[in-house]
Design a protein around this ligand. Sequence first.
Ligand code: SDX
Length: 426
Amino acid sequence: MAEKKAQLSVDGMNETLDLPVYEGSTGADVIDVSSLAGKGIFTFDPGFMSTASCESKITYIDGGKGVLLYRGYPIEQLAEKSDFLECCYLLLNGELPDPKQKEDFNTRIRYHTMVHEQMHSFFNGFPRNAHPMAIMVGVVGALSAFYHENLEISNEEHRMDAALRLIAKMPTLAAMCYKYSVGQPFVYPDNSLDFSENFLHMMFSTPCEDTPISPVLADAMDKIFLLHADHEQNASTSTVRLAGSTGANPYACIASGIAALWGPAHGGANEAVLRMLNEIGDESQIDRYIKRAKDKDDPFRLMGFGHRVYKNFDPRAKVLREACQNVLAELGKDDDPLLKIAMKLEKIALEDEYFVERNLYPNVDFYSGIILKAIGIPTSLFTVIFATGRTPGWVAHWHEMISNPFKIGRPRQLYTGPTPRDYPKK
Ligand code: SDX
């Protein structure tokens, strides 16, 4: 890494510290502060607003320009020309596959889509109306119980086996959550179908009949998975890395990522967008909700707007906005009342001073919920869809970290609690 320097002098310290500055291949430089602990001083950055937690070669985001690259390829080009499994290969291996590599990868994924038959028993322990994310956190962590014989994380082959198993099994488990909630039998994967068609098959077919799968809906589903596949060091990916840094097995690490994704400020936002649109209910109520969103004393936030990094349009939202209109037109739902409310909200947010000043643009979750609802996915399953799409990103970051020298993640703190005191004498 190119060595530039930063100098730090602190009142009370009798020396000026030289700190190395590293340049990335693109994006912000970083100041290496790891030597500060030895000087008895920590950096302080709640929410990691200015902290690079690691070095990575997987995904790059330029928030100011609304740029998202998977291994250097712009998301817009991948959404137009690639597919979800090809992006999984790209994120994991660093390069696009040649036709033979693509076929081999897809075949390996295809033959890992089934889950162990005993996994079915886990579902029976949940109430039928359990939130699907509660089930996913449980059953994905439980997968490790079935693969203990090859969970040596220092073994590259074991790591890749786990990565492919997780990518392959997430849609099966997601569909099982849905079937369990509606009291229908689980539908097994169909190896004659591609990844996203198979997911819709497992979701909507029954043992009584196969549901015809619309290519438009399968394409929209694949695009949604692809657009969610990775996003640098977001909260859930950082959780996966931190869990992985302890040497925990990959299934446990991904389960921790699923748990972190569940929050409405993160992956739970797509579900929250639909609940918000339903709560608004009618275009006549929009101004009242916009007012609430601006009111500091009101916890209401405009779900699907704003982003920690993007201070411009989320490029994924741009792609999904078009896909949303195509899907609704294909389904004859382009006069969907929720879409009308969404379009009105988007227009206001792009013009209203409060949102413009704070760069609160629509993010990926704003449109994905509307498409998923149009496809027939229940709102409670939206974040599970996000988790299914994000799995290649999670496993790629986990694999990248474990493949290189790493240390257990162990942040420090600014302690402002009681100083030492004696226990009161009896
Ligand atoms: C995802 O990190 C990732 O990459 C995440 C993700 C991924 O792919 O992994 O992109 C996926 O999580 C997308 C974000 C989905 N979340 C939502 O849509 C929930 C609504 N958005 C907000 O909760 C918020 O915008 C965050 C959490 C996304 C970002 O919050 P920040 O960066 O911590 O910003 P902030 O909360 O400090 O807000 C800055 C200002 C504040 O006002 P002021 O104090 O300056 O007056 O903007 C306001 C906030 O009150 N604000 C909003 C708002 N979001 C921020 N006001 C109204 N509605 C909102 N949605």
